[in-house]
Design a protein around this ligand. Structure first.
Ligand code: TYD
Ligand code: MG
Length: 467
């Protein structure tokens, strides 16, 4: 038998080293190398040569063939089903990542209960909490009577032996993969090798039996903790459960999905009785709006397939610093620099002596370039002290030349704005016909300078006062 070989595995990126070092060569992180044994095949990559085994022929098959059951298990929790692309897929593995305490266990307890009461066999395996704690949570959620099968266990072999008993489960929830360990790997639970080997065993089980497996993984903002990052490429789907401290809403974001669209989001609100679905996120994000203040613009965003209205707030204040401060929450800071540069270069708006703060209200995070126009409007509004019209939404991309460029889904954005009582829009020209309620007072600039002139001109007398 081959001698067990010692390797040092980086807990950040998973790369293997022959010798210990203070710094990982691959990812540059310090103090992340941990000694792990590699007997049992895990981690013995192509580098370690064993005597070749003669292959066993497998049966080849055709693309066309019978598929058992309905391929998806619908949970009935609309926002969750939306994020997974229509329900959990049989025979697939899904990773749900998120900060500790964000509500992953709560969400999955609710999903498990919903599925179990519809007659599916659901097994919930918790390695983090005792059975009593999970029961307590279930009571709080009002789902204690649903027939979910519960276990507090961390050994993969024991878990697999347990679920092999009786009817094959439709859904298995493992909370969390950081606590799992398998006899096949020697290292301690929570290390990359263990997480990878245990996940692999669960994924193999899912593929071979057709059960859906959900793995929970804790991850910090930087994704440094051993686990989720190395598992991401092994699973069929990755969802991230996010939320901002101090806000009650949570967003379930699809990052990877082999069986459906990505960039889809599910929106929830954490209440004292668990997570509540938020069917209309715009109302939530616009809830605390103070429309009359300068520096606020409402952006009509698209998240996945649905429109979401959010408020963008800017504060431009005279700076005493040599290098003025630029601070952004909820948006890309290099994108802000770009917008500031375009405003300076093409519109004659100067920010060189000003600190600029930008915030997306409600703790929401925007990744679309379509927010450019709303950001630019908020910045100009704050600088000039002129409040933007309260019933106006903004969207459009700005190019480096100062032109306003069309963005996708203009009609969907307008329809959502109309539904929420907005009467006008500032949008790129060529976005198609304006919907019924939105029209009069709308503006379709081709250049950003036109919009700046319009904002500054809307209350010229006051602008002159503040200058
Ligand atoms: P939890 O699901 O345990 O988080 P995770 O599994 O992601 O670590 O949720 C923990 C938080 O949610 C905790 O701070 C309490 C809060 N919570 C509520 O506000 N209402 C509820 O009904 C429940 C069950 C939890
Ligand atoms: Mg938990």
């Amino acid at each position: 038998m081959a001698k067990a070989r010692i390797q040092f595995i980086c807990q950040n990126c998973g790369s293997a080293h022959q010798r210990w070092a203070g710094k990982c060569d691959s990812c540059g992180e310090w103090n992340t190398l941990v000694e792990e044994g590699t007997s049992g095949g895990i981690g013995s990559g192509p580098g370690s040569l064993k005597s070749a085994r003669k292959g066993r022929p497998v049966t080849l098959t055709s693309l066309d063939g019978d598929i058992e059951d309905a391929p998806r298990i619908v949970s009935g929790i609309g926002e969750l089903d939306r994020a997974t692309g229509g329900g959990f897929v049989r025979g697939s593995a899904l990773l749900i990542g998120g900060d500790p305490g964000i509500g992953k266990s709560t969400l999955l307890t609710q999903a498990a209960a919903a599925l179990a009461s519809r007659g599916h066999r659901v097994v919930y395996v918790s390695g983090e909490e005792a059975v009593a704690q999970i029961r307590l949570r279930a009571q709080r959620l009002g789902v204690a009577s649903s027939p979910v099968e519960l276990a507090a266990e961390t050994n993969v072999e024991d878990i697999l032996a347990t679920i092999a008993d009786g009817k094959r489960p439709d859904l298995i929830i493992i909370d969390s993969i950081q606590t799992l360990w398998t006899d096949l790997a020697d290292s301690a639970p929570g290390t990359v090798t263990q997480v990878r080997a245990s996940s692999q065993a669960m994924i193999r089980y899912a593929k071979s039996t057709g059960a859906a497996v959900v793995l929970v993984g804790h991850v910090t903002k930087e994704g440094q903790i051993a686990g989720p990052r190395v598992v991401e490429h092994m699973v069929d789907g990755v969802l991230y459960f996010e939320g901002e401290g101090g806000h009650h809403f949570r967003i379930l974001r699809t990052v990877k999905n082999r069986f459906g669209p990505t960039d889809e989001i599910g929106v929830f609100e954490m209440s004292d009785k668990g997570l509540r679905e938020v069917a209309n996120p715009s109302e939530l994000f616009l809830g605390e709006r103070h429309a009359k203040a300068p520096g606020a613009a409402v952006f009509a965003a698209i998240e996945g397939t649905r429109p979401v209205l959010v408020e963008i707030q800017a504060l431009v204040a005279a700076s005493t610093l040599g290098t003025p401060r630029r601070a952004v929450v909820g948006w890309d800071s290099s994108r802000l620099s770009m917008i500031l540069a375009v405003l300076e270069a093409h519109c004659g708006v100067r920010f060189g002596q000003h600190d600029v703060y930008l915030n997306v209200a409600g703790g929401y995070r925007i990744s679309e370039p379509a927010a450019d126009l709303a950001v630019a409007s908020a910045l100009v509004s704050s600088l000039t002290g002129i409040a933007l019209p309260a019933d106006c939404v903004y969207f459009g991309e700005i190019s480096l030349s100062g032109a306003v460029r069309p963005v996708a889904h203009a009609q969907q954005r307008l329809k959502e704005a109309e539904k929420l009582g907005f009467g006008r829009a500032v949008l790129p020209s060529g976005s198609g016909e304006l919907a019924g309620g939105i029209g009069a007072g709308s503006f379709q600039p081709t250049a950003l300078a036109d919009l700046v002139a319009r904002i500054a001109g809307s209350r010229r007398s006051r602008a002159e006062e503040t200058d």
